[in-house]
Design a protein around this ligand. Structure first.
Ligand SMILES: NC(=O)c1ccc[n+]([C@@H]2O[C@H](COP(=O)([O-])OP(=O)(O)OC[C@H]3O[C@@H](n4cnc5c(N)ncnc54)[C@H](O)[C@@H]3O)[C@@H](O)[C@H]2O)c1
Length: 381
């Protein structure tokens, strides 16, 4: 391996599901990439639940741990704050990290509303820090190829974008009300949870929508409380969200997100139809991008499977391109991009400006569903 000129020291805030995945991904970077632009170092971890950060340090290899995230943000031995807390807990950490001049890698959604997201983008820009929002599907080879094909004009003029992100985890009415089912902790339901991912893919493939018409539904309105399972509480967020879309260039489309899509596991689907061809992708079949080429003779036409598998550009060296891909590999690639950008002093992509655009679409869909009908998506910074 080439000698490393520098380190990027990570301070992680929140060590639940995503904290574990991010820690795994940082550890994989020096194994999967050669040469390394910089070495990611698991420096510090904070979690508010007693014992969690201590176990994280012991198992994942952070140098030190604490229950108080402010210690991590204020520590001179940390370069990047990686935010993996529930949505409403992003804001105080973002504000403190920007004030401390740290670079930031933040889980989606950036904030719980558009206004806060705009304020954070402005503060981050003013402070001159580098910032990345987690949108790992940008780093899956099939969706990277899809973006290139649209840009290369292989689909021609775009007519339709169709995006779905379906989960089934809330079909069971016994699933208790924990933070994801509380508006004060999330800013919304499935649209705030799965919406950022599918909106990001929409923006990557066909751009910002100009207008949306939204529709929300909550199927299971009473659930047991997580902290008192014998007591029922009211659910104040949506289980399902749909939106019709219009794009500035004349294309139309739809988005659908649900956590009550019985039978779904982690089903992010995109379909794009244009004047020269079409593409389809399903995250449950992540090794292939399906391509229909209208330029072929009629007798040869049909959707063909393009093997995108694990084809990452250099300096990715492992696993070899032919091996089947999974969700965690996209996180490794996303975090490699963060480390590479910080090592070269470049603003990472997707940035907090992309996060604000996600919020702008979510905000417009919520306003539309509340009675505004077709609603313009604000193009804000
Ligand atoms: N990119 C993705 O694919 C993806 C997938 C799932 C979740 N997420 C996002 O990741 C974030 C975390 O989700 P999760 O599933 O890991 O949640 P989780 O509940 O599994 O973990 C959150 C952790 O944060 C800790 N925590 C809460 N408040 C804290 C505070 N003030 N200080 C320190 N620690 C605190 C909790 O104790 C817990 O360990 C959310 O914003 C969510 O939207 C992203």
């Amino acid at each position: 391996m080439a000698a490393q000129s520098r380190q990027v020291r990570i301070g992680m805030i929140g060590y639940g599901q995503m904290g574990r995945i991010h820690a795994y991904a940082y550890r994989a970077i020096p194994i999967f990439y050669d040469p390394l632009p910089a070495e990611p170092v698991l420096q510090a971890v904070a979690d508010v639940v007693p014992g969690v950060a201590e176990r994280a340090a012991a198992r994942a290899g952070f140098s030190w741990h604490t229950e108080d995230w402010r210690r991590v943000v204020e520590s001179p031995d940390v370069d990047v704050i990686d935010i993996c807390t529930p949505n409403s807990e992003h804001l105080p950490v973002l504000e403190a990290a920007i004030a401390a001049g740290k670079h930031i890698y933040c889980e989606k959604p950036l904030c719980t509303n558009l206004k806060d997201a705009q304020r954070i983008l402005q503060a981050a820009t003013k402070a001159g820090i580098l910032h990345q929002i987690v949108a790992e599907y940008r780093f899956l080879p099939a969706l990277m190829r899809a973006r290139d094909m649209v840009r290369e004009g292989l689909l021609g003029e775009i007519f339709h974008f169709r995006g779905l992100y379906l989960h089934a985890g809330y079909v069971d009415p016994r699933r208790p009300i924990a933070w994801r089912l509380r508006r004060e902790a999330t800013g919304g339901g499935v649209l705030m949870d799965l919406g950022p991912h599918i909106i990001d893919q929409m923006r990557v493939l066909v751009g910002n929508a100009s207008e949306v018409q939204g529709n929300l539904e909550t199927f299971i309105r009473q659930r047991p409380l997580a902290e008192r399972p014998n007591e029922m509480g009211s659910v104040d967020v949506e289980d399902s969200a749909q939106a019709l879309l219009r794009f500035p260039g004349g294309a139309v489309g739809s988005l659908e997100v649900s956590r009550c899509a019985t039978g779904a596991e982690d089903e992010l689907r995109v379909e794009v139809h244009g004047s020269r061809g079409a593409i389809r992708f399903n995250l449950m079949d992540p090794n292939w991008l399906y391509w229909y080429d209208l330029g072929k003779p009629e007798a040869e036409r049909g959707f063909t499977r393009v093997a995108t598998v694990q084809r990452y550009p250099a300096p990715a060296v492992a696993p070899a391109p032919k091996f089947s891909i999974g969700w965690t590999r996209a996180h490794v690639a996303s975090q490699f991009s963060l480390v590479e950008s910080i090592a070269s002093g470049r603003q990472p992509v997707p940035s907090f400006a992309d996060a604000v655009a996600m919020h702008a679409h979510i905000d417009a869909i919520y306003r539309s569903a509340a009675g505004a009908g077709w609603t313009a998506v604000p193009h804000v910074e």
